[in-house]
Design a protein around this ligand. Structure first.
Ligand code: SF4
Length: 79
C-alpha cells in the first residue's frame, strides 16, 4: 500500500537537534525523507513510501532522531 495524505494512518516526527545527517533514512525511505540545506533530515510532502519502508528508515537511524507514530501507538529506535 502506498501512503498518501488521504489514507495515511501514521506520521513521523524528526528531532533535528538529534539528527546527525547520516542520510540512512533517505536510503530506506527516499519518498519520505530528504536533506535540507543543513544536511539534516526533513519530511517530504506528500510522503510516498509504505509504512514498512518508513519503519525500516526509523530502525536504521543511528541517533534515534525519528519517531514513528501509528494508530497502534508510538515506536522509535531511541538508543
Ligand atoms: S537516519 Fe537519522 S541521523 Fe541520519 S539523516 Fe535520517 S534522521 Fe538524520
Amino acid at each position: 500500500m502506498t501512503a498518501n495524505e488521504s489514507d495515511k494512518s501514521w506520521s513521523v516526527v524528526i528531532d533535528r537537534e538529534v539528527c546527525m545527517g547520516s542520510g540512512l533514512c533517505i536510503t530506506y525511505a527516499p519518498g519520505t525523507f530528504e536533506h535540507d540545506d543543513e544536511a539534516r533530515a526533513v519530511l517530504r510532502t506528500p510522503t510516498t513510501d509504505t509504512l514498512d519502508e518508513v519503519r525500516s528508515a526509523v530502525e536504521a537511524c543511528p541517533t534515534g532522531a525519528i519517531q514513528l507514530i501509528t494508530q497502534e501507538g508510538e515506536s522509535s529506535n531511541e538508543a
